[in-house]
Ligand binder design. Structure first.
Ligand SMILES: N[C@@H](CCC(=O)N[C@@H](CS)C(=O)NCC(=O)O)C(=O)O
Length: 224
């Protein structure tokens, strides 16, 4: 199998971390988004949307991170996607929540407008209003996640790591770019720390944490 991905892509990191955590025998092909390699004709022939991650298994191609995670879990019999109906749907529920509403508030509204150079053209008032909507949603969803982790943790769907944790971790920690304050959510903080102890964090999040550090020092420099 081949995985086309970029560690600087929030959708790639969950899959890359899973591959690393379980030492999966998958060929990793780096598609440099900043270098526009995703727009190369050869890559568009694989995924016409030009997005990563993409998994290619023979003549079977998948272009959505959560579908890839589920496929790998089934195909390689990984313990990250329960087989029992209720447990499996619980993981689907948490994964969908992260990927839809939470992603909208926390990432699209709350984080990207403040971090992406590509959105520098937005008016400051627009950015401020989006940040306000994002902050409302982050508080609401992280508050519930915090209580769930406290009562039914230590992972998002209970005692074991599931694909919901991989997806959630990439989205929740994206806000490190804007120095998001997780202090009001101690169980979320504990969960992040728990996930960061896994092998795949160090291996696959290094590029991300490097970019966060660079972004923060740029902000500190401009404030000085
Ligand atoms: N829903 C997709 C999103 C894929 C996606 O939009 N990936 C971004 C990186 S996080 C990308 O490749 N963007 C490049 C582009 O849109 O040109 C998934 O979860 O796999």
């Amino acid at each position: 199998m081949k995985l086309y991905c970029d560690p600087l892509s929030t959708s790639s990191r969950p899959v890359m971390m899973l591959v690393s955590d379980f030492d999966l025998d998958i060929e990793i092909i780096h598609v440099d988004l900043f270098g526009n390699q995703n727009q190369a004709p050869e890559f568009l022939a694989i995924n016409p949307l030009g997005t990563v991650p993409v998994l290619v298994d023979g003549d079977f191609t998948l272009t959505e991170s959560t579908a890839i995670l589920k496929y790998l879990a089934f195909k390689l019999d990984l313990p990250v996607y329960p087989k029992a109906l209720a447990a499996q749907i619980r993981v689907d529920e948490a994964t969908a929540r992260f990927g839809t509403t939470f992603h909208g508030y926390h990432c699209l509204y709350g984080t990207y407008p403040q971090m992406l150079q590509q959105l520098a053209w937005m008016a400051d008032t627009t950015k401020a209003e989006m940040a306000q909507v994002g902050s409302y949603g982050s508080q609401r969803y992280l508050g519930v996640l915090d209580r769930q982790l406290a009562s039914h943790g230590p992972f998002v769907c209970g005692p074991e790591v599931t694909i919901a944790d991989y997806v959630g971790l990439a989205l929740v920690t994206l806000a490190d770019f804007i120095a998001f304050d997780f202090a009001p959510y101690p169980s979320v903080q504990g969960w992040i720390a728990r996930m960061q102890k896994r092998k795949g964090w160090e291996a696959e999040y290094a590029g991300f944490t490097g970019m966060v550090a660079a972004a923060r020092s740029a902000v500190a420099d401009s404030a000085a």
